[in-house]
Design a protein around this ligand. Structure first.
Ligand code: ARG
Length: 461
């Protein structure tokens, strides 16, 4: 096929080379951004007198027609085209004749593609942030409902201290809130227009880069043309932010999977978000959560692929950079898919209050509070720690719990023990007495919920 770029070469490439070189399969999804950028470029060219207003109008109308026709399906994207930029330009010239050939004045595909990806990802980030907020809302709603649900808190996956489910859920709300902030930072840092960097060195035409940047809603222009065409930091940054987001979803998934097992029975997933087994009739599997956990590896892979592609590239543009898109698009699609199933899955989850409470009763979760009890009565903490450790061993040997020990058994260890000990080490007291900021105590949990609610209401996306 003869190429628009036939210049030094005769432009006749082999079919396999064409196929290998082409990016239309994956970059056609940026057609809207490509056309919008081109329209602004044409208007700027006429504003500074490089083309006439009539020429600009013909180009803009032609581009609008192409956009409408791709949108409606009337213009199918030719899979044999080299990329979306070439496809749109060729179609424009086919429609409006030679004036279409003026569009590419003072521009290169290098700055064009750098512009398109920024515009495209800017929109995608907005959508992903909206979905993250939707999930935060689901998590917070569940937290509001589970403020009185006592459960074991774990370290090393061993029962450690009693907490409430709301507190556990709010930890995820905090993670997701940071994810939102990371996405917002990424969007802000990439919001500079590279258009006008041209191939690598800028251009001899008196273009107005700031005008195009303003029209396209950028905060400004990139300041170095070499950097403008070869920077893909924003792709790496987005993939890092998405990897961390997926890591959070994956940890949450892992807990949901554990909690749904017969071993835990803390939660019950809604039937709409579970699957059965083709052989075992009793099964209810948490496939959605497992898939999210699985797809996390895939998004990490996208990040590593991009970083590896970029690491040896000399300035400025190299064709290797065409590989940026598949990684970024795959990660964006994957994250959106995961979020779209995760939020309703969390929203419809049922928590088993009794089972969680029963689990919290086993495992001596109140041992720290018993040591604190003695400390508050004057025993040094280390001595109290030792004494309680010995009591726990005795309980294990005799199949008892700390709260079922008799006053005589307590007094045998220390005269500091009084009748008030039983009230002090009940699970309810252990939770209610957590008064430090950020703790699982009711005041702190209430404050966390208010803070998350405020964030959801105030922050602009
Ligand atoms: N399809 C190319 C890409 O995605 C567009 C830029 C091509 N530039 C070039 N000098 N061949 O990177």
């Amino acid at each position: 096929m003869e190429k628009m770029w036939a210049g030094r070469t005769d432009g006749h490439t082999s079919a396999v080379a064409d196929d290998f070189n082409s990016s239309i399969r994956f970059d056609s999804r940026m057609y809207r951004q490509d056309i919008t950028g081109s329209m602004e470029h044409a208007m700027m060219l006429s504003a500074v007198g490089i083309i006439t207003p009539l020429e600009s109008e013909a180009i803009v109308d032609g581009l609008q027609g192409i956009l409408d026709d791709i949108d409606s399906g009337a213009l199918p994207i030719d899979p044999r085209a080299e990329d979306i930029h070439m496809f749109v330009e060729a179609e424009l010239t086919r429609r409006i004749g030679d004036v279409g050939k003026k569009l590419h004045t003072s521009r290169s595909r290098n700055d064009q593609v750098a512009l398109d990806i920024r515009l495209y990802l800017r929109d995608e980030i907005r959508e992903i942030r909206r979905m993250v907020r939707e999930l935060i809302d689901a998590v917070c709603t569940q937290a509001e409902a589970t403020q009185g649900f006592i459960m074991p808190g774990y370290t090393h996956l061993q029962r450690a201290q009693p907490i409430v489910m709301a507190h556990h859920l709010l930890a995820y709300a905090m993670m997701l809130r940071r994810d939102d902030a990371r996405l917002s930072d990424t969007a802000a840092r990439m919001n500079y227009s590279p258009l006008g960097s041209a191939a690598l060195a800028g251009t001899t035409y008196p273009i107005d880069r700031d005008l195009v940047a303003r029209q396209l809603g950028f905060a400004g222009i990139t300041e170095n043309s070499l950097d403008g065409v070869s920077d893909r930091d924003f792709c790496a940054e987005l993939l890092s932010a998405l990897s961390i987001l997926m890591m959070h979803l994956s940890r949450f998934s892992e807990e949901i999977i554990l909690w749904s097992s017969w071993e835990f029975r803390f939660v019950q997933l809604d039937d709409a978000f579970t699957t059965g087994s083709s052989i075992m009739p009793q099964k209810k599997n948490s496939d959605m959560a497992e898939l999210v956990r699985g797809k996390t590896g895939r998004v990490y892979g996208d990040l590593m692929a991009l970083l590896t592609t970029l690491k040896g590239l000399p300035l400025a543009y190299n064709k290797d950079m065409q590989e940026d898109k598949e990684s970024v698009f795959d990660a964006v699609d994957t994250v959106k898919m995961c979020l779209s199933v995760f939020a309703p899955m969390v929203r419809t989850m049922k928590f088993h209050k009794e089972e969680m409470y029963a689990a919290a009763q086993k495992g001596f979760l109140n041992a720290t509070d018993l040591a604190d009890y003695l400390t508050k009565k004057g025993m040094p903490f280390r001595s109290a720690y030792k004494l309680v450790g010995a009591l726990v061993s005795k309980c294990i040997a005799s199949g008892k719990t700390l709260e079922s020990l008799t006053m005589e058994e307590y007094r045998a260890e220390s005269q500091l023990f009084g009748e008030d000990v039983y009230g002090e080490i009940s699970l309810e007291t252990c939770v209610a007495k957590r008064i430090s900021k950020g703790s699982t105590g009711p005041q702190s949990v209430g404050a966390q919920i208010r803070s998350v609610r405020e964030f959801l209401q105030n922050e602009e996306v």
